[in-house]
Ligand binder design. Structure first.
Ligand code: GLU
Ligand code: ZN
Length: 492
């Protein structure tokens, strides 16, 4: 790229609770944009809300970003020229900027009480007038201020909005104009002196020389205020330029309602616990508002980065579709090499998730079955139910499976199958298949019907990994003992 200033984007979450998928999508688009343009990703922690932010959420946020495979060029743990990157450690900076804004006449103390503001807002509404802040304290005289102070009133700091419309070109949504009466003077510092998001977010974007602000559509309405604040910061020599803004589309959940942070489906931890691969989840999330190509939904993250362009981000709301997320994740599971797949399954194979005792785990059997499991799973947590038959002394019969597979005549079929399996070559799944096929023929059953009771007898379930490979890996002795046990149960 010959022309432009280097790209500097930021990801700046507040550490309030579990990370959610909307946040991950925002992080992903910023990260991909930075990497695609060989720019800089700034990771900033917006933890100025002491009541809602917690150290635990902060740790969880960092852990999530690492798990997802994101790296950042400036921010926590890596530092950078604009350190510190936690807003709770930057309070002096905001205090200083707020003072400069007041000195320059860009902001002023507002002494209105909540009751007064509410009453005037109600009155304006009733009169059909705009109901934002009415500018009551815009031009208080020194005497008026003294009088309020003498009354013991507290004040917030308000930013003075210019009396003109704001027009900007959103990188996703095109040109946007907001009339002055819809954006009134707004608070930037609380009565207790704590700076608000409205101040600290654009101030840090300015100081950190952010060139592109990419974030969720819910923040679109704060943009005209931020642009006005930027202009003031430029006049004060604090900011260099106004960044470009791009607002990513809403993500819709069940029933076409906006996916909310509190929605269980929105929780990143849920996807981790269910065994999504980070690359599978990111592949899916990248499709929420962006597309790789008209006919390809599955791709690697490096390929996504190579193609990522804001021009391809769509302004329409995106629908979160769990089935599709799982299908894409399944494709990513298939794409791993077997060794990586086997390693990725480890957390589920080790207690306490597993339905077998740690000493029952059989590494050789696992290595043998892993390639077959890899072709079947949608999410890694499904591994336990698929391989537990190998490790437990006896299968645990799933009741519906038993009822479904063990019908009238199943005992006769199982007896024949047992005899034929006993005579088969247990080093060849083909030979085991022929045995069950032949047993089925004797009883007028196709392979599918004939193998169901065998499968349930040996694994406990009607659904599972390829049966004949499973039998071979389990071994003749155990398999035949289980068929005997099922026969005993059937005739009891
Ligand atoms: N900390 C803000 C949030 O939680 C950042 C918003 C922005 O990207 O400007 O949404
Ligand atoms: Zn006021």
């Amino acid at each position: 790229m010959a022309n432009a200033t280097p790209v500097r984007v930021r990801f700046c979450p507040s550490p309030t609770g579990n990370p959610h998928v909307g946040l991950v999508r925002t992080a992903l688009f910023n990260w991909a944009y930075a990497r695609h343009n060989e720019g800089t990703l700034v990771f900033r922690i917006e933890d100025t809300d002491a009541a809602r932010d917690s150290e635990e959420s902060y740790e969880q946020l960092l852990d999530s970003m690492r798990w997802l495979g994101f790296d950042w060029d400036e921010g926590p743990e890596v530092g950078g020229p604009h350190a510190p990157y936690r807003q709770s450690q930057r309070m002096e900076i905001y205090k200083d900027v707020a003072a400069k804004l007041i000195d320059g006449g860009y902001a002023y103390p507002c002494y209105c009480t909540t009751e007064e503001l509410d009453a005037r807002r109600e009155a304006a509404r009733a009169a059909g007038k705009p109901s934002g802040y009415d500018g009551h304290c815009r031009d208080l005289t020194a005497e008026q201020i003294q009088a309020y102070e003498a009354e013991g009133r507290k004040h917030i700091i308000r930013f003075r909005m210019p009396d003109e419309a704001t027009t900007f070109t959103d990188l996703v949504r095109g040109e946007i104009t907001v009339q002055a009466e819809n954006v009134t003077d707004y608070g930037i510092v609380r009565a207790n002196g704590a700076p608000l998001y409205t101040l600290v977010n654009p101030v840090d974007d300015a100081l950190m020389e952010i060139t592109h602000v990419l974030r969720g559509e819910d923040l679109l309405s704060s943009t005209p205020r931020q642009i006005a604040l930027y202009k003031a910061l430029i006049e004060l020599g604090i900011a260099k330029a106004i960044p470009e803004f791009g607002h990513l589309p809403y993500v819709m959940g069940e029933g076409n309602k906006k996916l909310s942070k509190r929605d269980p489906q929105a929780s990143l931890n849920l996807y981790r616990e269910r065994g999504f691969l980070p690359e599978g989840l990111l592949n899916y999330l990248s499709l929420l508002g962006w597309s790789f190509s008209a006919d390809q939904d599955v791709f690697s993250i490096p390929d996504m980065v190579a193609k990522f362009d804001l021009a391809d981000v769509n302004a329409n709301p995106a629908r979160f579709d769990l089935k599709k997320a799982e299908a894409i994740n399944a494709d990513h599971i298939r794409m791993l090499d077997v060794k990586t797949f086997a390693e990725a399954c480890e957390p589920w194979l080790k207690a306490p998730h597993a339905n077998w005792a740690p000493e029952e785990f059989d590494e050789a059997a696992w290595q043998a079955i892993a390639p077959h499991a890899q072709t079947r799973l949608k999410v890694l947590s499904e591994i336990t139910d698929n391989v537990d038959f190998l490790f437990r002394a006896e299968p645990v019969f799933d009741e519906p499976s038993w009822t479904k597979a063990m019908k009238e005549g199943s005992d006769a079929l199982l007896r024949t199958a047992r005899a034929k399996l006993d005579a088969a070559d247990w080093t060849s799944p083909e030979s085991l298949k022929e045995a069950v096929l032949a047993a089925g023929e004797e009883h007028g059953l196709k392979l599918g019907k004939a193998q169901a009771p065998v499968r349930v007898a040996v694994t406990g379930r009607t659904i599972g990994l390829p049966l004949f490979e499973s039998l071979e890996i389990l071994g003749k002795e155990k398999a035949l003992t289980r068929i005997d046990a099922a026969l005993a149960k059937l005739t009891a």
